[in-house]
Design a protein around this ligand. Structure first.
Ligand code: ATP
Length: 220
């Protein structure tokens, strides 16, 4: 499903360049639940952003669902992003001015679903995540754990085949964190969604089937 070949990422600094990722080659099969671990600054988020089509590699090749990502038109890449990928951020990234209901509905609008389809899909997610009573509240009126549930509901609303999660429990208490990880396990095992998460927690990594370790931008 995911194949990186000799991927590097660098930023220009002064007269030279600073490498954040070097010679990353990896493949992830559909149905896996993979954790990316490593010290702070080792390049984990950068790698996840490349996988989630939020950043482009400086060198190397990325194939997602057999599509050569860098060679696709902007339109095709956006389409791939909207239909196949869900991204969960540590800091939730909900839209403050939209209610819980509207936040979850947003990707469905992009996907062009009809009003009635959107309504039933959002209702199903609110129900599944036990947040029906919160549907008309704004993100600022929710706890961190509830905001992350909304973030995940939004990420899976369009039924993506893969979810990328950047320290999804980083800001949560342990009970809330467990709830989120159990949810990921269910999505992976029952719905077959491929999951790639960045985590600092061995406990969170234990929910997955494989760990990729980064150090100073290298896979070790
Ligand atoms: N836009 C940028 N310009 C220059 N350097 C950058 C940029 N984005 C990231 N970096 C550098 O890339 C390195 C890796 O950052 P990244 O966020 O991927 O690390 P990380 O492993 O996710 O760290 P953490 O665990 O602290 O979140 C850092 O040294 C960071 O300063």
């Amino acid at each position: 499903m995911i194949q990186l070949t000799n991927v590097a990422k660098y930023y220009p600094t002064g007269f030279g360049k600073t490498y954040v990722l070097r010679q990353i080659s990896l493949s992830i099969n559909e149905g896996e639940f993979v954790s990316i671990m490593g010290p702070s600054g080792s390049g984990k988020s950068t790698l996840l952003h490349i996988l989630g089509l939020l950043e482009e590699p400086s060198e190397g090749e990325y194939r997602l669902l057999n599509e050569p990502v860098q060679k696709l038109s902007e339109k095709k890449r956006t389409e791939l992003h909207r239909t196949q990928i869900g991204f969960v951020f540590q800091a939730y990234h909900l839209i403050d001015e939209l209610t819980v209901y509207e936040n979850i509905e947003t990707p469905l609008l992009y996907k062009g679903l009809s009003g009635s389809e959107r309504k039933s899909r959002v209702a199903e997610l609110l129900d599944r995540f036990n947040i029906v009573a919160k549907k008309d509240l704004f993100p600022a009126q929710l706890s961190g754990g509830q905001q992350q549930l909304v973030g995940i509901a939004r990420a899976i609303a369009a039924r993506p085949r893969v979810i990328f999660a950047d320290e999804p429990t980083g800001n949560l208490h342990s009970d809330q964190a467990r709830e989120i990880m159990e949810l990921f396990r269910k999505l992976n095992q029952e719905d077959g969604v491929t999951i790639v998460q960045v985590t600092h927690s061995e406990g969170n990594a234990a929910y997955g089937n494989r760990v990729l370790n980064l150090k100073d931008g290298w896979m070790v």
